[in-house]
Design a protein around this ligand. Structure first.
Ligand code: NAP
Length: 529
């Protein structure tokens, strides 16, 4: 089969769905290919116990789509993965997108044909389709980071990565389980496993910062007051995109705060009690000195240590849970029960700093101290973030593949365009704001930009960014991180945490400026006949 479409979208997560929604009024023919049996992306595959989103529920939605928003009632302060998946399915039904979404279809290759100015997109089941515009909505956090441990076999049904939960559906109740990794996913998963498993061992390389979520049901009034805002994607303030944790009235703490000042302490305690990201939203400056000044950051780090110490009974375990790296230099997690879980007798925390894993023999973890037998091993070891899924598909453009172009480091313009790849768009690509925004909003704004750019280009045009523009964007992104706490952290933000690391910062950290630049860039000179 060979078919032609104006636009082919790779990936049926929230970014791909958002792209179809934005393209629906363009009059262009479009199709979306998704490798999983159902759309939903992350919210389909990450169905591990406790999976959910820690952005304020109603904010983690396509807030600008009034017609959808007025018919949807979010239930809780933070939505579960099931509720978000239902919402995405509702959007698909609402906009009649079902016929455009082809599930169980993996794109294996995509090649640009410069003579015909088309992309040839090769599929797992049919020969290929061609299109003028190819959109990669394959996800910034979808290609797993699998640790390089001798003997580790992913084909074993009792070894699962958090992102493979839906497909493997491992049995875990009354079992002995080991979890490797303690990032955001693990923080959600561990308290849920502990409720019903026989024994839980947590292998930790670096402790997470976990803030109290204060999860609760939302009142009708709260949902309505959020719903009644009208949202323009290009100008919506970040505060609106992230939700009420960043309310202007709560922003009381100055950059140069004194932690021994009882008034400051009271405000920190009040923010801790409000939960969520209120601790960050309590600072007067939305981009506080915490991000630049290690000494200021240390004060808040100590405050959080004191909170952890007050929850965890065993001082040795508590001290293992104190993060030694700057607060916010990695993505903090939210949960109401994470630290309490380590007070339970059947839960053990093992620090990989003092006890390294030598190998895995079937489901036995062998460390330099002892052997741990398990019924199930869970890898909560994160992702080849921001780049993995794009490199996995590895489209071939004018001068070679994306892997060639990104040999030294991922490079894009606005996180959307790449030099050498005409009419190719990435959504949530490297050097876009990622976790400095809300991925639902960011996907919507980038999808709108793509749809606007395609309309502006017209049927004969080519959208191709110059090398100079791309280089300028790379250096602008790097300049934003100079002198910040991010420079020293080993996080996925700075591509330093896995075996495929380039060591370069992968995000554009000024989200409000990003929106402004995005809207202005639509008139730039990357349209060619
Ligand atoms: P992650 O935050 O990258 O955490 C991975 C964990 O695995 C870290 O503790 C890491 O240790 C550890 N690790 C990595 N390689 C290892 C190895 N070889 N040996 C031992 N430990 C290893 O991954 P994640 O928890 O899946 O979360 C990824 C991102 O997804 C988050 O940052 C967030 O943006 C997003 N997420 C969001 C939500 C939400 O509620 N919105 C929920 C889940 C995830 P180090 O810290 O030492 O590298």
């Amino acid at each position: 089969m060979q078919q032609y479409y104006d636009v082919v979208v790779a990936g049926g997560g929230l970014a791909g769905i958002s792209c179809l929604i934005e393209l629906r009024v363009s009059g262009l023919s479009s199709v979306l290919f998704e490798k999983s049996p159902e759309p939903g992306g992350t919210w389909f595959s990450n169905s591990y116990p406790g999976a959910g989103c820690d952005t304020f529920g109603p904010a983690y939605s396509f807030q600008h789509l009034e017609s959808v928003t007025k018919n949807w009632r979010w239930s809780s302060r933070y939505s579960s993965s099931d509720e978000i998946k239902e919402y995405l399915n509702y959007c698909i039904q609402f906009f009649n997108l079902n016929d455009k979404i082809k599930t169980n279809t993996e794109i294996s290759d995509a090649v640009y044909d410069k003579n015909e100015n088309i992309w040839k997109v090769f599929l797992s089941q049919t020969a290929f389709v061609s299109c003028r515009y190819f959109v990669m909505a394959t996800g910034p956090l979808s290609t797993p980071n699998i640790p390089d441990i001798p003997g580790l076999c992913l084909f074993d049904s009792n070894i699962v990565h958090t992102s493979g939960w839906k497909l493997k559906q491992p049995s875990w109740r009354d079992k002995s389980i080991s979890v490797i990794g303690t990032g955001t996913s693990s923080v959600q998963l561990i308290p849920e496993l502990a409720k019903d498993c026989k024994r839980l061992r947590v292998f930790q390389r670096s402790p997470a910062y976990c803030l109290p979520a204060r999860q609760r049901t939302l009142s009708q009034t709260e949902v309505e007051s959020y719903r009644l805002r009208s949202v323009d994607l290009y100008t919506e303030p970040l505060q609106g995109a992230l939700g009420p944790d960043f309310k202007l009235s709560d922003r009381m703490i100055p950059d140069s705060f004194d932690i021994s000042d009882s008034n400051i302490r009271q405000q920190l305690d009040a923010a801790w009690k409000r939960g969520g990201f209120s601790l960050l939203g309590a600072f007067q400056n939305l981009r506080p000195e915490l991000l630049r000044n290690q000494e200021v950051n240390k004060k808040l780090r100590k405050y959080i240590h004191s909170k952890i110490g007050a929850i965890v009974n065993d001082p040795k375990t508590a001290s293992r849970l104190y993060p030694a790296y700057p607060f916010l230099s990695k993505r903090p997690a939210l949960n109401d029960h994470y630290y309490q879980t380590f007070n339970q007798k059947h839960v053990e925390l093992i620090s990989l700093k003092t006890e390294g894993i030598l190998s895995i023999e079937n489901t036995t973890i062998v460390t330099n101290r002892r052997k741990y037998n398990n019924d199930l091993i869970i890898l909560a070891t994160g992702y080849q973030a921001m780049k993995g899924s794009f490199l996995k598909l590895n489209p071939v453009g004018l001068n070679g593949s994306l892997a060639d172009h990104w040999q030294n480091r991922p490079q894009t313009y606005l996180g959307i365009l790449c030099h050498g790849f005409p009419n190719l768009f990435l959504i949530n690509g490297p050097l876009s704001p990622g976790p400095f925004s809300n991925l639902m909003t960011l996907s919507a704004i980038q999808s709108k930009w793509i749809s606007d750019a395609i309309s502006k280009a017209g049927s004969e045009s080519l959208i191709h960014v110059s090398r100079q523009k791309e280089l300028d964007w790379v250096s602008a992104s790097q300049n934003l991180t100079k002198g910040t706490i991010f420079e020293s952290a080993n996080s996925w933000y700075s591509d330093k945490h896995d075996s495929t690391s380039s060591g370069s910062f992968l995000l554009y950290m000024n989200e409000p400026a990003y929106r402004d630049l995005l809207s202005k860039s639509l008139t730039e000179d990357f349209y060619h006949n």
